[in-house]
Design a protein around this ligand. Structure first.
Ligand code: C5P
Length: 232
């Protein structure tokens, strides 16, 4: 898969997401389904969006004992998602088990990426709550290297970490970056943002874009603008 724009469909119901997706009569966007929509509607929402011709990033961030993650990944693989994720904090063994579970009998599997440290975790909370005392940048890079070691395809990372991840883990290790905003857009609650064109320049493989598209007056035009800036 090449560079693409993934639209974060952070809606609370199937009805809302279909009203949104019905607007896309031309190019079908790669869609991110998160916990909110998945827990509201169950696996059927994945099947239905897939049937409409969209690629799917199922953002469920698994983190459990290796055996449970392996079995759960096997279920997601049968759902035919294109991309899914887990927490690198679950250890290399958990990530290896995830790859095993995800791999179908014919050897194919969805792409699998890791969350390193959530952007909501800062140095202080990492030290006080998790008792991790290394600098957060090093923790992020170490977790990315662990993901690579376990055979994963890439990581979710902020635009600021993107360059370092490719440097440490190789150019073909995928970086999926949220926090994208148009130069003339509202940044909302995101702190460190980048435009689609900047994300392209720094080498992101995929950008995850939510409200700049979902809350736009013309979502299709906003999506096409993202694609033009990032992919073309
Ligand atoms: O609406 P917005 O463009 O901010 O949406 C970004 C999407 O990426 C949301 O689904 C959000 O949960 C997700 N995300 C993020 N920052 C991270 C990881 C995921 O914004 N560090």
């Amino acid at each position: 898969m090449g560079k693409d724009v993934i639209v974060a469909c952070d809606f609370a119901s199937a009805e809302q997401v279909f009203t949104f997706l019905d607007k896309f009569t031309g190019r079908k966007p790669f869609v991110k389904i998160g916990m909110e929509l998945f827990y509201a509607e169950g696996p059927q929402i994945v099947r239905e969006i897939k049937k409409r011709g969209h690629k799917i990033f199922l953002d469920l961030k698994l983190h459990d004992i290796p055996n449970t993650v392996k079995k759960s990944m096997s279920v997601l693989s049968r759902l035919d998602v294109d991309l899914c994720n887990l927490h690198a904090a679950g250890t290399v063994r958990m990530m290896e088990a995830a790859i095993e579970g995800l791999t179908r009998p014919d050897g194919t599997r969805p792409l699998l990426i890791a969350v390193t440290q959530l952007t909501s975790t800062d140095q202080e909370s990492m030290e006080n709550d998790l008792l991790i005392h290394e600098p957060i940048d090093e923790v992020v890079m170490h977790y990315a290297a662990n993901a690579k070691k376990a055979g994963l395809d890439g990581v979710v990372c902020s635009p600021l970490e993107e360059g370092k991840v490719h440097e440490r883990c190789g150019a073909d290790f995928l970086t999926v970056t949220p926090g994208v905003r148009f130069a003339d857009g509202d940044i909302g609650d995101q702190k460190r943002v980048m435009t689609p064109a900047e994300a392209k320049r720094i080498g992101s493989d995929y950008i995850v874009v939510g409200r700049p598209i979902t809350a736009a007056d013309d979502p299709v035009a906003a999506y096409e603008r993202c694609v033009a800036e990032f992919c073309d």
